[in-house]
Design a protein around this ligand. Structure first.
Ligand code: SAH
Ligand code: SF4
Length: 363
């Protein structure tokens, strides 16, 4: 597939008999104009267009199913070229839209509170498959990065830092103003805290903003929630964050999942503020989204506010609103959960039916 190739790779593919600007035309057709079919690229000479269309596919993912939440959130189950499926979430707001994209099919990490963990890792996504999710949502919703405010967060299925090469290539393609044109200030990667990879990310000249899933203020609680945290103690994780070279406009984000009676006390809040107080950072609190097989409970709403108030004394702290919980689109719920017809918005079904999408239920 062509998605995922940069301008130099497209020039190699076309061969030396074509002038360089032809590759640029193909590049712009793919990433700026978001064509689904190369036959539509009328700026190319007919013979070249035919050859390209015969030999290559663009490689946009296909919408296998779409689940519409009452709050406007849409969870897409997308089919990749090898038939595997992955999820992408579209979250509209009055003045902007947020795309939550996946970086792996499943996830190898095994956090105790996350439904994606149950899938295990099926495979990494390629750069083209990561970019393809953004292109598909732009097409589906008629959005233009130059005109509309669009945030892209790599917070869907998968651990982005365990697929860093593809994530960085996708980042370069996404933020290229001659291509997709997402603002580099509006592209964020969230990691569970793979310390050596944070150091590697820090060296990348073009990189997304960094969000770290902290979720605990002691190694003991963190390891209970995130078993692989044993390899990356809090002291090392925070040292990597302190060493991280922030751009002038950038702040680190720390995500902190609030779980009833596990990490939601005032003592936790005070410890969190003192751990992060010296960093240029903000905290996003995420009240746990419950789900089948998740052995934890969400916190009381008053606890969330009290926790936020304590942290706020020291650094900016926000509470993340759950989006799309009714269609399993919220953080940690991406497990290709199939829903019966009654729980789905009827609009979603009729739109899909008109496109003759495969109707088998995902697992
Ligand atoms: N693997 C990366 C990014 C994907 S998960 C990471 O872990 O950061 C995106 C966010 O959803 C993370 O902050 C994760 O901790 C959070 N999350 C996972 N399960 C959740 C749940 N049940 N409720 C709320 N947030 C959850
Ligand atoms: Fe993977 Fe992130 Fe879920 Fe942990 S929270 S299992 S790292 S997707």
């Amino acid at each position: 597939m062509l998605l995922g190739l940069d301008a130099a790779e497209l020039a190699d593919l076309l061969g030396p008999e074509h002038p360089r600007f032809r590759a640029q035309q193909v590049y712009e057709a793919l990433y700026r104009h978001r064509v689904a079919d190369l036959a539509a690229v009328t700026t190319l000479p007919t013979a070249l267009r035919r050859r390209l269309a015969a030999d290559h596919r663009v490689g946009l993912p296909e919408v296998e199913r779409r689940y519409d939440s009452a709050d406007g959130t849409r969870r897409y189950l997308l089919r990749l070229e090898d038939g595997r499926t992955v999820e992408t979430v579209f979250m509209p707001e009055p003045s902007r839209a947020t795309f939550c994209i996946s970086t792996q099919v499943g996830c190898p990490v095994g956090c105790r509170f996350c439904m994606t963990a149950a899938l295990g890792l099926e495979r990494n996504l390629s750069a083209g498959e990561i970019v393809g999710q953004v292109l598909l949502l732009l097409r589906e919703h008629g959005l233009e990065p130059g005109r509309d405010r669009i945030n892209v967060v790599m917070m869907g299925q998968g651990e982005p830092l365990l697929n860093l090469e593809a994530v960085l290539k996708a980042t370069r393609l996404l933020v290229d103003p001659r291509g997709v044109g997402i603002s580099p200030r509006r592209l964020t990667l969230s990691t569970v805290g793979i310390v050596p990879k944070i150091h590697e990310l820090a060296q990348a000249p073009v990189r997304p903003k960094l969000a770290v899933s902290l979720h605990a203020t002691t190694d003991e609680v963190r390891c209970r929630l995130i078993p692989i945290a044993r390899k990356y103690p809090l002291a090392d994780l925070l040292a990597a964050c302190r060493a991280y070279p922030l751009r002038s406009w950038e702040r680190l984000t720390f995500e902190y999942l609030l779980i009833r009676d596990v990490n939601d006390t005032d003592r936790d809040a005070r410890r969190l503020a003192s751990l992060l107080g010296q960093l240029r950072a903000k905290v996003n609190l995420i009240p746990l989204n419950p789900g089948p097989d998740i052995p934890f409970e969400p916190p009381d709403p008053e606890r969330v506010l009290a926790f936020q108030a304590r942290v706020r004394r020291v650094l900016p702290c926000f509470v993340r609103k759950p989006r799309g919980q009714d269609v399993y689109a919220a953080c940690g719920q991406l497990r290709r959960m199939a829903l019966d017809g009654n729980r789905q918005a009827c609009g979603a079904i009729s739109t899909l039916a008109s496109r003759s999408v495969k109707r088998t239920m995902p697992e």
